[in-house]
Design a binder for this molecule. Structure first.
Ligand code: GDP
Ligand code: MG
Length: 439
């Protein structure tokens, strides 16, 4: 499905602006990709609403394709939702893992212990699962492979007591990772049990472990665990499979937290710190979106820096002199023709622009170059007040610029036409204008 998103994005190749239909099609593909990646339906709707709005309102910077611009918006919206990875300080702490049976808690506990040991800390895993036969052996073996401290008691049946004893038995360790039992479903006794363990262990951080294939069930789980022990971060496991882990977005959204780790295999080394770019790119089945987003960002910054001396809003306020027109013509090289520049003024795009006379804003490159030469032969006073330029002056300017009187008159004519068009906008009234400028 990522490929059909790519397909509809590729159709935009070469386009510099998007119309409603383009945006509609893209948003539909993005919805499809996200839904098939198990992102919650209402989240998908919220996301696509803001993507749609931004794609229609924001214009791509000069030199950036509409396709790249939309991808940047999509990326930013998703990053905004997912956020950066959960902060994991490299210092002594206690972390407790929660989640349903089979989600990957025990595996993650050993993996995280391995991760901390590689960071130079001394971790210990405390196994409190008395529910599942074999939990003790599984955890012990994995911790041996990870070469980290381990505590568990295969004969005990009180998880709270195991937790208490485990903390004492592993007091030489500086990072304590407490593994808990899960159940098939969210039964009341599972929640009671984990709350009891929590009150004894007093973890610095509770992580919710979710299978990447969790899908729409993520919401209820996230709500339950967050409501009982408070979830400070999410771990997504089994990302080495086909599932894309969209349920993580739901969990993050519901718990107001972030993603801490990703599980990418069955061995203790198969753990990664979460990083939004890779995750989002994978979610959408797209390439490196961060890189692309940064490229668009740079283009934007450059466009803005170059145009510092010329603000399109200025011509909306006062009179439009030949000096303005000259600046406008210089800016055109960077920004595109005036009708597109007008599009950059918030609220001025679309309908109004369509009412312009066909070639009111059209100054071709060729004419522009000639106009520039002519302007260089004009006095400051003539530039400020082109209406005062009479026949005699036209003759002088033509001679001085090595052009002909006809072209000089064309320039004056063009100026008049642009001025009149802009007056039309100015005539909209101050209130309208103010409102539009503020948008
Ligand atoms: P728990 O019941 O929550 O403790 O889940 P476990 O840690 O026992 O994991 C359940 C199963 O999923 C085991 O067979 C694990 O080997 C497997 N598993 C856990 N994490 C991953 C992962 O990131 N990738 C793969 N492929 N398998 C995983
Ligand atoms: Mg387990």
């Amino acid at each position: 499905l990522g490929s059909s998103l790519r397909g509809s994005l590729d159709k935009l190749q070469g386009k510099s602006r998007l119309d409603k239909d383009d945006v509609q099609e893209i948003v539909k593909e993005i919805q499809r990709s996200l839904l098939s990646a198990d992102v919650d339906v209402s989240l998908v709707m919220d996301l696509s609403d803001s993507i749609k709005t931004r794609a229609l309102e924001e214009d791509p910077p000069a030199g950036t394709s509409a396709r790249d611009h939309v991808l940047k918006i999509v990326y930013e919206e998703l990053v905004g939702l997912i956020g950066d990875s959960t902060e994991i300080p490299l210092e002594p702490q206690t972390i407790m893992l929660a989640g349903l049976q089979g989600s990957g808690k025990t595996t993650t506990a050993a993996k995280m212990a391995w991760w901390f040991s590689k960071k130079g800390l001394r971790p210990a895993v405390i196994q409190t699962d008395t529910f599942r036969p074999g939990a003790y052996d599984q955890a012990k073996q994995m911790c041996e492979r990870a070469e980290v401290d381990f505590y568990g008691d295969p004969d005990a049946d009180d998880p709270v007591q195991i937790a208490e004893e485990g903390l004492e038995a592993t007091e030489d360790a500086d990072v304590h990772i407490v593994d808990t039992a899960g159940r098939h479903a969210l039964e009341a006794d599972l929640i009671d049990e984990i709350e009891e363990i929590e009150s004894v262990v007093q973890p610095d951080l509770n992580l919710l472990v979710l299978d990447a294939a969790i899908g729409q069930g993520a919401k209820e789980q996230a709500q339950e665990f967050d409501g009982s022990i408070g979830i400070g971060g999410v771990v997504i496991t089994k990302l080495d499979g086909t599932a894309k882990g969209g349920g993580a977005l739901t969990a993050v959204n519901e718990t107001d937290s972030s993603i801490a780790f990703l599980g990418t295999g069955e061995t203790v080394q198969d753990i990664e710190r979460f990083e939004p770019n890779g995750f989002i790119s994978r979610l959408l089945g797209m390439g490196d979106l961060k890189q692309l987003s940064e490229r668009v960002e740079r283009a934007m910054a450059e466009t803005q820096a170059e145009d510092d001396d010329w603000d399109p809003e200025d011509i909306m306020k006062g009179s439009f002199t030949l000096k303005d027109m000259k600046k406008q013509m210089e800016a055109m090289n960077k920004m595109g023709p005036l009708d597109q520049v007008l599009d950059m003024i918030p609220g001025l795009g679309g309908g109004l622009k369509d009412q312009l006379p066909e070639d009111a804003m059209d100054v071709t490159q060729d004419r522009m170059r000639k106009f520039e030469v002519i302007m260089d032969s004009m006095t400051d006073a003539e530039m400020e007040n082109p209406r005062s330029v009479g026949a005699q002056q036209v003759r002088r300017i033509a001679r001085g610029s090595g052009t002909d009187e006809e072209t000089v008159r064309e320039l004056l004519q063009q100026h008049k036409m642009m001025e009149r068009t802009l007056k039309q906008f100015q005539g909209m009234g101050d209130g309208d204008m103010q409102r539009m400028m503020k948008k």
